[in-house]
Design a protein around this ligand. Structure first.
Ligand code: SF4
Length: 340
């Protein structure tokens, strides 16, 4: 069966600097821009099947949101393939992306920032549908579908004429979900959709998302820094560090038998899921290195308490462990060193 989403060897680099000020600062008689590149995503591959929830987790700045935005084609990938139901969209322009948007929608961390404050909620929800049909959809049908969607996500349809600022944070996220659903997508990319909400509201939104998955057969690529959130909803999980995927596996495997020292450190720092952690704690210390100057060898070596000589010189690649788990760590070749 063709995966809903397949990403192969995705890289995302951003060039920084290059303003007139930079040019003046660095100019040495000749006009030139400094060529400084941030390597935000480094060779990420993943797939999401129909009806599946795949989560990407990691600390702030690890590149997970950049992966999401690149897949959604907010950014053009520097390298790699992005396939939606087998169709490679990695080089598509705005016009070519229009029909793809009915198969893939995105919801954001801050629904308030992503909703037009001057639009009424009914127009916000109807907008993707009108865009898809280039205004040809019958007004009456669109109006009815909008009300149905608002009701389905738990909003009062009598409030369809209100503006975003008249709703709470949780209600605004429901509006964002209704808007995403309006074009019947098979895949929703959810970038930290509950991290700005209170814990009780988080649970309501997650339950709604899971109900919608069951009802519409939706697949989610779910981005989160919060392992306890991911623990509730993900079928499979990818752990990212400094733009690299360092471990992937099923939720059960990842929480019961994490292999990468970074995954183990993240679990050590998540008290609410402490019970599932069978190994000794690994404490994270120090800062994440700059993506402008990636460490040689293993990306995690500057913070890894288990690092050894080989880690300085050789970058580990994701290795299949034969049980659905993939790990990028030299300890998989030298388990006797893994004494923690
Ligand atoms: Fe730590 Fe080395 Fe494994 Fe990297 S490869 S996680 S530095 S032990």
């Amino acid at each position: 069966m063709t995966a809903m989403l397949q990403v192969e060897n995705l890289h995302q680099e951003f060039r920084i600097g290059g303003s007139l000020l930079d040019r003046m600062k660095f100019a040495d008689g000749r006009l030139r821009f400094p060529d400084t590149r941030v390597k935000a995503v480094n060779g990420v591959s993943l797939s999401v099947n129909r009806g599946e929830v795949v989560a990407l987790v990691g600390e702030s700045g690890c590149g997970k949101s950049t992966v999401a935005k690149t897949i959604a084609r907010i950014y053009r990938p520097s390298q790699g393939a992005i396939r939606i139901e087998g169709e490679d969209i990695s080089s598509y322009g705005v016009r070519e992306m229009l029909p793809v948007r009915s198969r893939m929608q995105m919801i954001f961390q801050d629904p308030f920032a992503s909703l037009n404050p001057r639009q009424k909620v009914r127009d916000i929800v109807a907008e993707p549908l009108l865009e898809q049909t280039q205004g040809r959809a019958a007004r009456k049908e669109v109006a009815q579908k909008t009300l149905d969607l608002l009701a389905r996500v738990g909003l009062n349809t009598e409030h369809a004429g209100r503006y975003p600022h008249q709703f709470s944070g949780g209600q605004r996220q429901r509006i964002g979900i209704a808007r995403a659903l309006s074009v019947n997508p098979g895949l929703i990319i959810a970038d930290e959709p509950v991290s700005a909400l209170d814990v009780s509201i988080q649970a309501q939104i997650l339950n709604l998302m899971m109900d919608l998955r069951d009802e519409f057969g939706l697949a989610y690529l779910f981005i989160s820094h919060d392992l306890s959130v991911v623990h509730h909803i993900a079928d499979r999980i990818g752990v990212m560090y400094l733009g690299f995927l360092v471990e992937t596996g099923s939720r059960e495997k990842l929480f019961s038998a994490p292999r990468h020292p970074y995954t183990r450190a993240l679990l050590s720092a998540a008290p609410s899921i402490e019970k599932t952690r069978p190994r000794e704690e690994i404490e994270l210390s120090g800062e994440v290195p700059s993506a402008l100057d990636l460490p040689s060898g293993c990306c995690f070596r500057t913070r890894c308490p288990l690092a050894f000589e080989r880690c300085k010189v050789e970058r580990p690649t994701l290795k299949d462990m034969g049980d659905g788990q993939q790990v990028a760590c030299h300890l998989t070749d030298e388990p006797e060193r893994d004494t923690q």
